[in-house]
Design a protein around this ligand. Sequence first.
Ligand SMILES: N[C@@H](CCC(=O)N[C@@H](CS)C(=O)NCC(=O)O)C(=O)O
Length: 209
Amino acid sequence: MYTLYGSKGSGSAAIEVALERCKTPFKIIRASTWEPDSAVAELERINPLKQIPTLVLPDGTVMSESVAILIHLGLVFPNAGLFPNDASRSARSLRGLVFIAANCYSAVSVSDFPERWCAEPDDASNERVRKAARAQLHRHWEIFADLFDASPYLEREVPGALDFLAAVVSKWSGTRAHLKANRPQFLETLHRIEAHPDVAPIFAGHWNA
Ligand SMILES: N[C@@H](CCC(=O)N[C@@H](CS)C(=O)NCC(=O)O)C(=O)O
């Protein structure tokens, strides 16, 4: 059985959707740095970054990093449709996933914790760092949309790992409002992903409950 450390409204939602798609049993342990009453001490013992998602495999191996986890699940469950079978399309998916991790998820982290990125931080410096991180984040999403938007889903016929991560990471730091004004067609794709029956019930538990 897999064990997923995560929390509502966090990046663990993408891994939950993927695990459901793999039809493999898993349990969730609520843990995050912003919830002192959660299993954050237990999380820190296995992932010193204290970041979620963190996934413990059935053999006890610990995985962090959303994209590594998604690729791992794609390799172990090749029939789950997390990645396209076609080599060119799967290359495109891998590029898109690493793009999100390197250029979007990382900027969200700066926007969420600006004090980590400024010596002797104060309210004014935090606000300046947050503003710059968000501007950079929104620009990165515009580039992502220009490179990867596709219909009906980013993975084309059926949503896959790239769709799941894009739909989750675009939830934060004002990204959706920015896309509404600047890349409305891509926002429609994100809405279609969220409405897919593999995704909607899990997102409802994370964002609407
Ligand atoms: N590089 C990691 C980033 C994960 C991450 O930043 N997760 C956030 C929640 S969505 C977190 O746990 N942040 C807590 C912290 O940095 O204190 C990934 O791609 O999975």
